[in-house]
Design a protein around this ligand. Structure first.
Ligand code: MEV
Length: 426
């Protein structure tokens, strides 16, 4: 039977749910109840969420956790993280505490330039195109004056416009490569509106045969770059055999630089932290993901985003990452939790937020590499898993302590823990 439908967007929410239930849910009532259980009882709040996207039928919760004790550039931060994966927030919190007694994290915003492009085809004399572009360039800026007025007041706007010949990559392909400063906003709408205005003016004023293909921002922002770093004496890094483990840590990094399979997982660990804060602050994590991974491949090979070295007994560990973030616009102030996240972060500027996000990525990477090169990753995960199994069996403090102790160095499975629990009880 066909599951095609027309006019779905015109259905009311109830009608949409009915249609879903009749077509897809084995137990209709249960399916409908599950969707409705996630509705917010505050009707206004639910309406707000319904209207963020289209065809909304429910909300999809992701845990919102807190990692306290970060010290960044000498200032204390408590960081909100929206993520479904266990251990990530715990790791961030542990690492935050660890580095808080070793000078904390330092961040530097290297650059904040964003990019947009008007892609077009031109099958003619390149000189004519160059002459036309050079003559029209001031007018292209003028055409956007109304749109850029407020941004210019805040110190942003269009920085430059270049005509780029891309015909070596694709026949007849040229572009206007435009750079922007968007201050505290991520700037996607601003950039796209500017680009479409520029494209119209560029085409309509010309006698040349220019065919505009599209105008859109680029999520590859290698010049919107932030650095996060930590440093300490090698001896302060581990309780025992510090030099041995510090070298092992650096070897793990070298492997991520040498081997793309490892680099992807290594960077995934970094993104555990980055995405969680990006999401909690109402920013666009897909844009960040796409841009970050392109950056990790900038040398023609996918590599680690982080680096480490030991020099004169000092261990340094750092990360440089492109991040296009906003603290105004988009969902940042519209989504009540995103707004609250920014409040928790002491209402940072976009630049400060770039630093905070990069720090959490670095912290996550530190936690992962430290675990991987010492105890292995599973022991921490399994401890969490053990906690969850025990929670289902008992909340009695003595019993919990007994089970935790019993399974300290033993393999963990639900049936194993349940068996020991039964034996203990009898
Ligand atoms: C798991 O979500 C992330 C790690 O795999 C990262 C890493 O291997 O570096 C632990």
């Amino acid at each position: 039977m066909s599951k095609q439908i027309s006019g779905f967007s015109k259905f009311t929410k109830e009608e949409k749910i009915d249609w879903l239930a009749s077509n897809f849910f084995t137990d209709k009532n249960q399916g409908v109840n599950t969707l409705k259980n996630y509705w917010n009882s505050d009707k206004e709040l639910q309406k707000l969420h319904d209207e963020f996207i289209e065809n909304t039928v429910s909300n999809f919760y992701i845990p919102y956790g807190i990692a306290p004790n970060f010290v960044i550039n000498g200032k204390d931060y408590t960081i909100p993280m929206a993520i479904e994966e266990s251990s990530v927030v715990a790791a961030a919190s542990l690492v935050a505490k660890f580095w808080s007694t070793r000078g904390g994290f330092k961040t530097t915003v290297i650059s904040t330039t964003k990019i947009g492009q008007v892609h077009f085809m031109f099958n003619g004399n390149e000189k004519d195109l160059n002459n036309y572009f050079n003559s029209i360039k001031p007018e292209l800026f003028n055409a956007t004056n109304d749109i850029t007025k407020n941004m210019r007041k805040r110190g942003g706007g269009i920085l430059d416009m270049e005509l780029r010949n891309k015909t070596n990559d694709l026949e007849n392909y040229y572009q206007l490569h435009v750079t922007f400063e968007t201050k505290d906003s991520m700037g996607a709408n601003f950039i796209n509106t500017c680009l479409e205005t520029i494209a119209n003016h560029f085409k309509n004023t010309s006698k040349l045969n220019i065919e505009i293909v599209m105008s859109i921002l680029s999520n590859y922002v290698p010049d919107c770059l932030v650095r996060a770093e930590v440093q300490c004496n090698v001896e302060d890094l581990y309780k025992e055999d510090a030099t041995y483990y510090a070298k092992k840590f650096i070897n793990a990094l070298n492997i991520a630089n040498a081997e793309p399979h490892r680099a992807v997982t290594h960077n995934k660990g970094i993104m555990n932290g980055i995405d969680a804060v990006v999401l909690a602050t109402g920013n666009d994590f897909r844009a960040v993901e796409a841009g970050v991974h392109a950056y990790a491949s900038r040398k023609g090979k996918y590599q680690s985003l982080s680096n480490a070295k030991i020099e004169n007994g000092i261990f340094s560990f750092w990360l440089e990452i492109p991040l296009a973030l906003g603290t105004v616009g988009g969902l940042t102030k519209l989504h009540p939790l995103a707004k609250l996240s920014l409040e928790m972060l002491q209402n940072p500027s976009a630049k400060e937020l770039m630093g905070i996000v990069a720090v959490v990525g670095l912290a996550q990477n530190f936690a992962a590499l430290r675990a991987l090169t010492t105890t292995g990753i599973q022991s921490g995960h399994m401890k969490m898993h053990l906690g969850n199994i025990i929670k289902q069996l008992t909340t009695d403090k003595k019993e919990v302590a007994y089970l935790l102790d019993y399974f300290e160095n033993k393999p963990i499975s639900h049936s194993g823990v349940a068996a020991v629990f039964e034996k203990m009880k009898s």
